[in-house]
Design a protein around this ligand. Sequence first.
Ligand code: URA
Length: 270
Amino acid sequence: MSERIRLHKFLADCGVASRRKSEEIIERGHVKVNGRVVDEVGTTVDPFSDTVMVDDTPVNVHKEKIHILMNKPKGVVTTTIDPEKRQTVIDVLGTVDVRVYPVGRLDYDTEGVLLLTNDGELANALLHPSSEIWKVYEVKVKGVPHYAQINKLKQGLVLDDGPTAPARVKVEEGTGRNTWLVLGLTGGRYHQIKRMCASVGLPVLKLRRIEFAGLRVDEMNPGEWRYLKPKEVGRLWALARSARAAAEARRRRAKGGRPEKPKVPVTDSR
Ligand code: URA
């Protein structure tokens, strides 16, 4: 007999969602084990003999890993289930029968590059704060920015949930009333771009992510998606590993000592 594991861990291992999110999914009654709804987080399952379903879709630990690149349209939520019944990125995928989940979030009104996968390990590696993966956005802001506002964005600023890392900012084009910026950053906190711009007096009117971990959707219309090629997946892994190693080395240099162990386990990062 195989070892029993906790249901929320099983769901996370299968790429359904992070462990924390999986607990919520269980508590909301979305999960059935051997045909019966289980809403207790402490439940354990046998990953090889129990049949686990989320919203009546079987969850399978043996499924091959798939990686999807989408140009997320506006007006779509980046969750797998929406209590308000709005269209989700999973609805946009339509025909994919393997349960995938988004790597990070884009707001309802943001469009652009979104990675979806059932590869929880890769998702965690890319999302872990120490990975320092670059995300690049085109941002239409109200007004014409003063160089002091741009400098503040570049240097990093303090939001209500803490300081932001320095950003790369380029002023593109403007009409005199609005201006397009290209803004690159690592990290990705809730509404981060909108809050950063608002905090220097530049309300965001439009937001489009044009790059995530080197992936772009230039040739794809909003709503289009494609599977990543094995070479692209390999590149993502290499990037996640090297960005993490670089961050670790920087920290070590700053402390002048030995590398510290990451405080948050990789698998619990989302
Ligand atoms: N920052 C935001 O404010 N919104 C997004 O969708 C992404 C980054």
